[in-house]
Ligand binder design. Structure first.
Ligand SMILES: CCCCC/C=C\C/C=C\C/C=C\C/C=C\C/C=C\CCCCC(=O)SCCNC(=O)CCNC(=O)[C@H](O)C(C)(C)COP(=O)(O)OP(=O)(O)OC[C@H]1O[C@@H](n2cnc3c(N)ncnc32)[C@H](O)[C@@H]1OP(=O)(O)O
Ligand SMILES: Cc1cc2nc3c(=O)[nH]c(=O)nc-3n(C[C@H](O)[C@H](O)[C@H](O)COP(=O)(O)OP(=O)(O)OC[C@H]3O[C@@H](n4cnc5c(N)ncnc54)[C@H](O)[C@@H]3O)c2cc1C
Length: 660
């Protein structure tokens, strides 16, 4: 084992709590930690899953080929675990998103959509016979699928998709067509050259009538040769900001025929076209992915904040006092302000993600028995948590990269590619503004009709929050109550402005659009009250943890609360009876909390227990040997493999001669 950096050794001695206790708490128990370790060992210690050359130095094509190689091994290994009875959702969570997946495939996995959307859509939308026909092939990976919904012309407005599936009663087939350039499918992961099947979302036509969008199972490529099927035009969409191994593709159809039975029929039981009880049931896979993405936000944030916090303990810079040694940069309070709120935020997102996952499972259970009443609340919550979680995560990763100064800009820090993964989440699975407007739509409806509100756990606070008006106290409960009042006031005001505009003669839709900046802000505030509420409830409910750990979690909870409140200072002053002096008190409380967390900062990020291979960072490794690792990474540059590059003879030398 490498020698541990002296600063980190000192930091670890300062820690006031048992880091293993926090690790177990975060994992859900010691058994779960051991399970995770064994899973990490199974994947990360497999030499086949390592790359010989860092990805950054490969061409676009080579990156893809290496990603396919690794994805196949990953999937084979997941199947081995399933067969050995060691299966479970955690395996998928870890290798598809989260930490293991992004450690092994830093720039994305071209086969992810198979498990994340193809299989869930067959399960959620297929009838019994269809599941019997397709699930075995999909589970055993005899076929690899993707989810082809977005088109060149439409991603958000899916009712506007243009791909057509027209029923031909003579042959009992659907005929798929891409009538325009804008109707080409565009974006689906793995569609370019990896998948041989896809769920294709298309407008269903029977007897000249359009019945709206429906999902179909479509074969794209020959199962033996992988050549595109006749009538299928397919390829990759090209280079992106990040995720360059995910093989996002395009797809067009020319009179491409598929059997009638490939229309997913869970909601059309007798095989003839019957309108489903809610057209939104077709959107179920999107809810599922939004729910799991919130967990990924916590994972990426933990990873980035571990890297930046360890680096900040090792890095020394400037003089705080004349003639004193250069301090660790973690001792600058501005630096603490860049780091510690994101440590706290990781907890907030983990706890809310876990609540959301439970609510999701309850509601999907109800949907199976035809109960739809709780779907709108789930949809509204999943939309805002996905939007706020991914936005905070991307902004957090960028702040943490900046906190690492120049070295944070190196790919060897692993912060740039983590940002690439995080910022993509803000767009895919529903663009964030659009999702916040979905939440706002729900909140406005609730505001206009509060009859049933006490049965709706995520919004029942709105019943009386408008009049909270509590005077300032230094407590989380005061901040929560103030945030709830802000959310209620924002919803109330947006509702009033919509109504005013309608009264002035505007169409409701125009009034909505003119009020939409306020609506987005209302949804954002509502989401932040939920995040704080759940963090607070979770910490308060921990019964059997040590007082030392409880104290640390309380510090983090308070920091999250105060940080949120300070970010919303204008709203507090505007919508609650907070006054200038209270804001000053909040600021002092924030500074007090940063100082309290400072001695435990390294202990807390150590408790995240993220292996060096997962961090993938010269700046964040457990041993803190930052400079040695940066130097070693530089040696991997192909330019350093020869003393003189051929460009010298070709260009530089003649250029230098010409300038003589
Ligand atoms: C087999 C084992 C599997 C295990 C896997 C386990 C774990 C996986 C773990 C980890 C993986 C983690 C992460 C994954 C990692 C990497 C991911 C890599 C790649 C990501 C792939 C990304 C894929 C995509 O992007 S797919 C495309 C997604 N597209 C969108 O999201 C489009 C967004 N647009 C929409 O959703 C809609 O069009 C809209 C904006 C909502 C508008 O729709 P519209 O019909 O116009 O609706 P309208 O506004 O009129 O509202 C009508 C009404 O419906 C309600 N509504 C809307 N949507 C829903 C919904 N989804 N559910 C319920 N209800 C909905 C809406 O509120 C309105 O209601 P009302 O009239 O007001 O009552
Ligand atoms: C990395 C990545 C992977 C993806 N993978 C897949 C995949 O596997 N399968 C798939 O089908 N798709 C996939 N997508 C597509 C993705 O789901 C869409 O890009 C996303 O839903 C956003 O839609 P859009 O591109 O049409 O954006 P647009 O809707 O065109 O957004 C552009 C701007 O318009 C605004 N806007 C649009 N509508 C409204 C509105 N109603 N009100 C207010 N503002 C509005 C948005 O806020 C945004 O600012 C992927 C995308 C990315 C980036």
């Amino acid at each position: 084992m490498a020698k541990i950096n002296e600063d980190l050794l000192k930091e670890r001695k300062k820690c006031s709590f048992n880091t293993a206790e926090l690790t177990h708490l975060l994992d859900g128990g010691k058994d779960k930690t051991l399970e995770r370790h064994s899973r990490e060992h199974f994947f990360l210690d497999d030499p086949e899953l390592r790359s010989k050359i860092p990805l950054e130095y490969l061409s676009h094509k080579e990156k893809y080929e290496e990603a396919v190689r690794k994805s196949c091994i990953l999937f084979r290994k997941v199947q081995e675990l399933q067969e050995a009875g060691k299966g479970g959702i955690e395996n998928f969570r870890e290798i598809l998103g989260g930490q293991l997946g992004s450690a092994i495939l830093k720039d994305g996995n071209p086969l992810t959509l198979h498990y994340v959307m193809f299989i869930p859509t067959i399960t959620g939308q297929g009838d019994f016979e269809q599941q019997a026909e397709w699930m075995h092939k999909a589970w055993t990976c005899s076929i690899i699928g993707t989810y082809a919904q977005t088109e060149l012309g439409h991603g958000t407005f899916i009712r506007g998709l243009e791909t057509t599936a027209t029923y031909d009663p003579k042959t009992e087939e659907f005929v798929l067509n891409s009538p325009t350039l804008t109707s080409y499918k565009w974006w689906p992961g793995g569609l370019g050259h990896s998948a041989n099947f896809a769920i294709v979302v298309a407008q269903l036509y029977t007897q000249g009538k359009c019945h709206g969008i429906h999902p179909f199972i479509v074969q794209l490529r020959d199962e033996e040769t992988h050549m595109p099927m006749k009538g299928i035009k397919i390829g990759e969409i090209g280079c992106k900001l990040g995720m360059n191994s995910t093989n996002n593709g395009y797809l067009g159809f020319e009179n491409y025929r598929i059997p009638r039975t490939n229309l997913l029929m869970k909601n059309n039981k007798d095989g003839t076209y019957v309108k489903s009880p809610s057209s939104k049931l077709t959107y179920g896979t999107m809810i599922f992915v939004r729910v799991v993405l919130v967990q990924d936000c916590a994972s990426y944030m933990k990873k980035a904040v571990t890297i930046a916090t360890r680096y900040s303990a090792v890095r020394h810079q400037s003089e705080m006092k004349p003639n004193c040694p250069e301090p660790q940069i973690i001792d600058y309070v501005t630096q603490q302000y860049k780091l510690f709120p994101y440590i706290a935020m990781s907890f907030a997102f983990q706890y809310s993600a876990s609540w959301l996952w439970d609510i999701y499972n309850n509601v999907t259970g109800e949907l199976e028995s035809g109960q739809l009443e709780n779907l709108p609340e789930l949809h509204a919550l999943a939309c805002c948590l996905k939007a706020v979680g991914t936005a905070d995560c991307a902004a957090g990763v960028e702040t943490l990269r900046l906190a690492c100064g120049g070295h944070g800009y190196m790919t060897a820090s692993n912060l740039p590619s983590t940002y690439g993964l995080a910022t993509a989440m803000c767009t895919y699975e529903g663009e964030n503004t659009v999702l916040l407007l979905q939440t706002a739509r729900y909140l406005i409806k609730i505001w206009q009709n509060k009859k049933n509100i006490q049965n709706l756990p995520t919004v029942r606070y709105l019943d009386n929050a408008l009049f909270n008006n509590r005077s300032y106290e230094k407590s989380v409960s005061w901040i929560l109550s103030a945030l709830q009042q802000v959310a209620a006031a924002k919803i109330d005001l947006a509702n009033k402005h919509i109504n005013d505009r309608v009264r002035q003669g505007k169409a409701y839709e125009d009034a909505w659009n003119e009020t939409s900046i306020e609506l987005v802000a209302a949804a954002d505030a509502h989401c932040r009250t939920f995040l704080l509420d759940i963090f607070n409830l979770t910490v308060n409910n921990f019964q059997s943890i040590s007082p030392e750990l409880k104290a640390v979690l309380t510090d983090l909870l308070e920091l999250y609360a105060v940080h949120t409140a300070i970010r919303m200072t204008g709203d507090l002053l505007r919508f609650t009876n907070t006054i200038g002096k209270d804001v000053e008190a909040l600021q002092l409380w924030l500074e007090e909390l940063l100082a309290k967390i400072r001695p435990n900062a390294i202990g807390i990020v150590d408790s995240f227990d993220i292996r060096d291979e997962v961090l993938g960072s010269a700046l964040g490794a457990y041993d803190g040997n930052v400079y040695e690792r940066l130097f070693a990474e530089a040696q991997k540059s192909p330019l350093n493999h020869e003393p003189v590059n051929k460009s010298f003879g070709l260009y530089l030398k003649p250029f230098l001669k010409n300038n003589l």
